[in-house]
Design a protein around this ligand. Structure first.
Ligand SMILES: [Ca+2]
Ligand SMILES: [Ca+2]
Ligand SMILES: [Ca+2]
Ligand SMILES: [Ca+2]
Length: 220
């Protein structure tokens, strides 16, 4: 886990405190008097939720999120001189979003797979190495401002990249070798997660039918 992410996670507690402070009118007024001349060391607010799902054929994943609450144009004073009629500038505290990916099994490293600008709410990740076969991933989205401050990263639910449903040995086709693996796992308390195709926690006939639908399919 990168240092930046660790720091961001550590700031979760601070964030909670920040929300508490912002709820008080006095704290809100302090925020308004902040001028652009001040150093910006406040990270934008994180996104509420991150969704990630495979696209048709399992060759890319679309990651989506709602805009950060700070992703909007706001008027801020251009000087701290409030004795005359002040001048204001339109500023968006959000510069963009970083999209991160990690393998669910803990191998490999957490890495940025893409960055998009303010106002964007999705990214298509087509950088998956398909030669690695089926994998499970988590995605995270963090929000950054122009000063390099980064919000707490928010993580998606696990996404499974089953390149070809039923290809349990990941060799690119669905054949009787895969059925052998299915049979070994059928009805077992402990089983190869991939064989529970519909993800309902048991390897049963429903999974068999999904496997059978793809019998004979070939990726190459
Ligand atoms: Ca900021
Ligand atoms: Ca196979
Ligand atoms: Ca085969
Ligand atoms: Ca199942």
């Amino acid at each position: 886990m990168s240092k930046g992410i660790k720091g961001a996670i550590a700031s979760l507690a601070l964030l909670g405190l920040g929300i508490f402070l912002c709820a008080s009118p006095a704290a809100a007024q302090v925020a308004v008097s902040e001028s652009v001349a001040d150093t910006d060391d406040l990270a934008p607010s994180p996104v509420d939720v991150v969704q990630a799902e495979f696209n048709e054929g399992g060759r890319s994943i679309t990651i989506s999120w709602p805009l950060s609450g700070d992703d909007a144009m706001r008027q801020v004073p251009t000087s701290s001189d409030f004795t005359t009629s002040g001048t204001f500038a339109n500023v968006n505290d959000v510069a963009g979003y970083n999209i991160w990916r990690r393998l669910a099994d803990g191998s490999g490293s957490l890495a940025i797979v893409g960055t998009v600008g303010a106002g964007a709410t999705s990214l298509v990740d087509d950088s998956i190495d398909l030669s690695e076969g089926s994998k499970r991933y988590f995605y995270m989205v963090s929000v950054v401002d122009a000063s390099g401050n980064e919000s707490t990263p928010i993580e998606s639910a696990e996404v499974k990249n089953m390149l070809l449903l039923g290809d349990f040995d990941y060799d690119g086709d669905v054949d009787l070798d895969d059925y052998g693996i299915f049979q070994t796992n059928f009805g077992q308390a402990e089983f190869d997660l991939a064989t529970d195709i519909d993800g309902n926690g048991v390897v049963d006939l429903e999974d068999f039918f999904l496997w059978a639908d793809n019998l004979g399919a070939n990726l190459y």
